[in-house]
Design a binder for this molecule. Structure first.
Ligand code: NAD
Length: 354
């Protein structure tokens, strides 16, 4: 009976507009369609010209650029006050996960809808997950009101993302795909999205690695990043995301690079116990083995290698193992002990084979 299907799947309601060079026109069209009068544009700050142009074009009441990583509560409260003061009825956020995260914090308390224009491959735009940091502790939650009503993808906006950060961010998306194959709400629909996501991301990242200006490579990476985020939003956080959440939150490590570094270790740990997931991953990568396929891809991409390069101290590893052990999901295909985590973390810290 175990080969019969039984699962629950929830599809989140969202409009997606895709097209290189079309973001400004698509934002204006969405503002019209939604009948918004008082728009607040939140910009991640890397491309103020574009955000200013959009704000001017749609006659925004506010262009807001006070964005910081991990959405500190003080920044969230300030942005909420500004939105309320201006009677904002639509949030347009342009930037990576940090800018989208700030818009989500405003939406969480005000219920104002969001139009998201992502400029990295992190995928926050397609999830109903919010996160706010207070006293160095990041709290996350799920609320459909923070799910952007519309996502506008424009690969031209990612051209300014440096090659190294593009690769790390794309591997962050690839981690959403891999982890969604064994996360608590893993199901065949997420698995199908994840498989296509891995295929698109690996091809897109190889193309942009060869030529950072490759619009085709960046489009493929954005397309894969969207699929990865939809799969992740539905499947929830698996072992990989729990590890990265602890490392990012407790030791202030950079988000994309942490995901990119940890992924091969979690895959190597789980793969022998997850034959169906492994076969999907290897097929999507065009490799005969999932772990080897990912390692080959990472080599070609010159992917981030070691957590020690991002400020994690060796002395932090025992505490990190304790924190992670308490949040490993029951759905993980392999039982996880503290000793397992210590070995995995030491290898990821050193960048050594596992
Ligand atoms: P980020 O938004 O912090 O961006 C990283 C850096 O790149 C910043 O300095 C930013 O200004 C710059 N940048 C962004 N786009 C650029 C571009 N096109 N050109 C040049 N520079 C650019 O990083 P991120 O990885 O996109 O997002 C990380 C944050 O998002 C974390 O806080 C993470 O927890 C959150 N996140 C949330 C979800 C969710 O579902 N809620 C999903 C993924 C990530």
């Amino acid at each position: 009976m175990t080969d019969l299907l039984e699962f629950t799947h929830q599809t989140l309601a969202q409009r997606v507009l895709f097209g290189s060079g079309l973001a400004a026109a698509n934002v204006a069209a969405e503002v019209d369609r939604l009948g918004a009068d008082s728009v607040m544009v939140i910009s991640g700050g890397h491309d103020n010209d574009f955000a200013s142009r959009v704000a001017h074009q749609i006659k925004a009441v506010l262009l807001y650029e006070d964005v910081a990583a991990h959405v500190p509560i003080e920044k969230a409260e300030k942005a909420r006050a500004a939105a309320s003061e201006h009677g904002v009825d639509l949030l347009v956020c342009i930037g990576g996960g940090s800018a989208i995260g700030l818009a989500k914090a405003v939406a969480l308390s005000s219920h104002v809808p969001i139009v998201a224009v992502p400029t990295t491959f992190a995928g926050s735009e397609a999830t109903n997950v919010w996160g706010i940091t207070e006293a160095s502790r990041k709290t996350t939650g799920v609320d459909d009101r923070v799910l952007p009503v519309t996502v506008i993808y424009d690969a031209e906006l990612t051209l300014s993302l440096p090659r190294e950060l593009s690769i790390a961010s794309g591997l962050n998306a690839l981690a959403h795909c891999v982890d969604s194959l064994w996360a608590p709400r893993a199901n065949p629909i997420n698995a199908a999205l994840a498989s296509e996501g891995i295929r698109a991301l690996s091809g897109g990242l190889l193309a942009l690695n060869t030529n950072s200006a490759s619009l085709r490579g960046r489009e493929q990476t954005q397309y894969g990043a969207y699929l990865s985020a939809v799969a992740f939003a539905s499947a929830g956080s698996g072992m990989h995301h729990k590890i990265c959440h602890v490392l990012g939150g407790a030791y202030d490590l950079p988000h994309a690079q942490t995901h990119a570094t940890v992924l091969p270790y979690v895959l190597a740990f789980n793969a022998p116990y997850a034959p169906e997931a492994s076969s999907r991953i290897s097929n999507a990568l065009g490799a005969s083995d999932a772990v080897d396929g990912l390692n080959q891809l990472r080599k070609r991409l010159h992917a981030p290698r070691a957590l020690r390069d991002y400020g994690l101290k060796k002395a932090d590893l025992p505490e990190a193992a304790d924190l992670i052990l308490s949040v490993i999901p029951h759905s993980n295909p392999r039982t996880v002990t503290r000793q397992d985590l210590l070995i995995l973390l030491h290898a990821a810290w050193n960048g050594t084979e596992f």
